[in-house]
Design a protein around this ligand. Structure first.
Ligand code: ATP
Ligand code: MG
Length: 399
């Protein structure tokens, strides 16, 4: 029966006219028709996925689960962030409803190296949206030396590979936002072009405006080829260490605590931050109002630092093990050494960033000699407490 079928049942081509004819029970299909059908199915899957993405309601718990895999601790920050993100995408995915939901941008406050940028990056990875990190200190008011605020949108547009729709759903992460606090509460005589001026310039962008972004060439040149980006649905996450905010909070709490029995808990120093504190710190009220979801990150503890070294996905230790492994050398750390690294890092007050510095310091001489180890058949390096506590002796010069 099968031998008698010599034509494709779809395009009717003879088997001699095609590369391959697949014959089944009472029917046959040629390679070209298989390709065609495959593309049809692919497109359908793509449309189905896009439709699903559009209508999908994000579950804050799933966002937090994902964050837990990459970021250690910071539980309350993760919860606030997950809810804010879920609400943001609920709002923009269902824009055709009767109630107009206001955009809530996110402000992250926490000491250096505690995971602010990492949280934002991880969220963007989870959502699969374009993401850019920009330093607020590089921004100036339009017309002054430096980048004007629209450069943020231009960056996001290039991160979206020129896809306007994707760009308009992206995330802009504004780092070092505390550095654009105005210098003092009283009005300044000279124009504050890199502080209050930038905050003013950011207001419109954050709230939602249409910017013209040149698609090529110099941004400041004639707007020959440009696209219009609506920033209404772009999520802005601002972040900063806000050094000194603690004393602003303390002052307020002490001032108002009389008669109310309120106590100030220094461990939860940023837990009680209010809009009023941020304004006192130097942020303008309109700016604070647009970042109404406030996320507080805490200083990392010793055991959390150890987890960052050894537990989370792509942890620091496994990264270095991999590097050593490339030269066929096994790298090990004894438990005490990990404890010592975490302890020393705590003292530097640089958060998890300091872990990297410690590891580099300890491992650098070994990484320099890996090829020699291999030649001498040294196949394992075990790091102990003594090695961690020994100051780095780089290459000894032979005289
Ligand atoms: N909670 C954490 N969990 C896992 N890794 C962390 C955490 N915090 C920091 N790290 C690690 O430390 C590095 C620096 O963290 P990150 O860039 O997020 O700090 P930051 O809070 O943004 O600091 P800064 O205020 O200086 O910008 C990250 O690359 C990450 O590997
Ligand atoms: Mg950062």
């Amino acid at each position: 029966m099968a031998d008698s079928i010599v034509h494709c049942s779809f395009c009717a081509k003879h088997k001699d006219q095609v590369v391959k004819l697949i014959v089944g029970n009472n029917a046959a299909i040629c390679d070209a028709c298989v390709d065609f059908c495959e593309n049809l199915l692919k497109d359908r899957k793509k449309f189905a996925k896009a439709a699903q993405e559009k209508s999908a309601v994000l579950d804050p718990r799933s966002i937090k689960d994902f964050l837990d895999q990459h970021v250690v601790g910071q539980d309350s920050a993760k919860i606030v962030l997950s809810v804010a993100i879920a609400n943001h995408y609920k709002r923009i995915n269902n824009a055709d409803n009767d109630i107009e939901i206001q955009k809530v941008n996110i402000l992250m406050i926490g000491p250096t190296g505690t995971g602010k940028t990492l949280l934002a990056k991880t969220v963007a990875r989870y959502l699969d949206v374009p993401f850019v990190v920009a330093d607020a200190t590089c921004l100036t008011e339009a017309g002054y030396v430096g980048d004007d605020v629209e450069s943020l949108v231009a960056k996001l547009y290039s991160a979206s590979n020129g896809d306007i729709q994707r760009c308009q759903r992206g995330i802009v992460f504004l780092d070092e936002i505390d550095k654009i606090a105005r210098k003092s509460e009283s009005a300044t005589v000279t124009r504050d072009v890199s502080g209050e001026g930038v905050q003013q310039a950011l207001l419109k962008l954050v709230e939602g405006t249409k910017c013209k972004i040149p698609t090529q060439g110099n941004r400041k040149s004639a707007a020959a080829d440009s696209v219009e980006i609506d920033t209404t649905n772009i999520l802005f996450i601002a972040s900063g260490a806000f050094v000194g905010l603690e004393s602003v909070v303390k002052k307020r709490v002490q001032g108002t605590s009389m008669g109310f029995g309120a106590t100030f808990n220094t461990d939860a120093k940023t837990e009680t931050v209010t809009a009023e504190d941020l304004i006192r710190y130097g942020m303008i009220p309109e700016f604070v109002g647009r970042f109404s979801s406030c996320v507080n990150l805490q200083e990392l503890t010793k055991s959390q630092l150890i987890n960052i070294l050894t537990e989370i996905k792509n942890n620091f230790i496994s990264q270095y093990k991999w590097l050593f492994d490339q030269d066929g050398v096994v790298l090990e750390f004894d438990t005490e050494s990990l404890d010592t690294i975490a302890e020393r890092t705590l003292q530097t007050k640089t958060g998890a960033r300091g872990l990297h510095t410690e590891l580099e310091r300890v491992l650098l001489p070994h990484m320099f000699d890996l090829q020699r180890y291999r030649r001498q058949n040294i196949l394992q390096v075990v790091i102990n407490k003594e090695l961690i506590n020994t100051p780095m002796t780089l290459i000894q010069e032979n005289s």
